[in-house]
Write a protein that binds this ligand. Structure first.
Ligand SMILES: Cc1ncc(COP(=O)(O)O)c(C=O)c1O
Length: 310
């Protein structure tokens, strides 16, 4: 049965319960210090096939386990158990629309930021229409934020943990205060890194360019998807290298990408118009191909999608 969003079911400590009944104490390290690691797994509803496809599930779980390992949080679940929890909660809510599933391992109890247990999990589906505004825009007016992206020498952006998003928040709030949709961070070396919840690509003379994974970016699954689609499906040249801020002002096209954002055109950076303020040709082709794959319509990428309903 379908529940309204305020009463949807979540998987919480092994049970499917109303979201309002899922409670964590205020002193838990996850509540106080953001001591949790998580994934946002996108799911695409294919109306014709009556199927909801989760995208690159295994890759999301590999990253979740890597984040947990880096923070020394023991993941008490196997990959199969992670998958079963997600499948059960989506089915229980009977979602037949595009969704994102938040799957979070958290440290609770009454310890502190140095605690390693007890570890538990919640899994909560979020209908796509209910996500943050910047994830549902057609084109983004971006600024370079004055805040630097966290780095591997302080809080590694490679770890997808709650606490890292406070850096994202600082950039995003600055962008909104100044009338932009979102921001792009520079890293400590002054090179372009990523958005607050997305990775960045630009197009120059038909070549796709994105900052290296060692330039303070999350090891994004969408970034990897874009690189593979661009090379294999569209035959484009893709280069991972450091990017200067001023290159963004003069590039042919640019876009931000992520599980929530998909592939969203950047139409200006610091007031410099990009791609005449429209969706660039390659950006549009990449997004179209991405959606076909995520909807399970490209046989050659069938192992990237997992159907929820039998
Ligand atoms: C900081 C940051 N960069 C990039 C991404 C994109 O990652 P993915 O494509 O795995 O969703 C995200 C999204 O989670 C993010 O928060």
């Amino acid at each position: 049965m379908k529940y309204d969003i305020a009463n949807r079911l979540v998987w919480f400590k092994g049970e499917l319960i109303n979201v309002n009944d899922a409670k964590i104490n205020v002193l838990a390290p996850t509540s106080q210090f953001g001591l949790n690691v998580f994934e946002g797994v996108p799911g695409y509803w294919n109306e014709q096939r009556g199927q909801l496809y989760m995208f690159r599930l295994d890759d999301h779980y590999n990253r979740l386990m890597k984040s947990a390992r880096l923070l020394q949080i023991d993941c008490p679940f196997t990959k199969e158990e992670l998958k079963t929890a997600l499948t059960d909660v989506v089915k229980a809510n009977d979602y037949r629309e595009n969704i994102s599933v938040r799957q979070t391992l958290f440290v609770e109890g009454f310890g502190s930021w140095g605690s390693s247990d007890p570890v538990n999990m919640f899994v909560a589906p979020i209908p796509k229409g209910k996500m943050s505004a910047e994830y549902n825009k057609k084109g983004l007016n971006c600024c370079i934020t004055s805040w630097r992206r966290i780095s591997d020498t302080t809080l590694s952006p490679r770890i997808k943990c709650g606490a890292n998003y406070i850096n994202s928040r600082m950039g995003q709030r600055e962008a909104l205060r100044n009338g932009y949709d979102t921001c792009i961070f520079l890293n400590e070396a002054g090179k372009v890194s990523e958005g607050p919840g997305s990775c960045l690509f630009m197009v120059k003379n038909g070549e796709l360019i994105t900052p290296k994974l060692t330039d303070s970016v999350l090891e994004s699954i969408t970034r990897d998807t874009v690189i593979k689609i661009a090379r294999n499906a569209l035959g484009l040249k893709v280069t991972e290298r450091s990017v200067d801020r001023t290159e963004l002002y003069t590039c042919d096209e640019a876009f931000l990408c992520g599980s929530a954002m998909e592939i969203t055109p950047v139409i200006s950076v610091d007031g410099y118009t990009v791609a005449n303020g429209e969706t660039g040709k390659l950006t549009g082709s990449l997004h179209k191909t991405y959606l076909e794959i995520a909807l399970g319509e490209r046989e050659e990428y069938a192992d990237w999608v997992t159907g929820i309903y039998n």
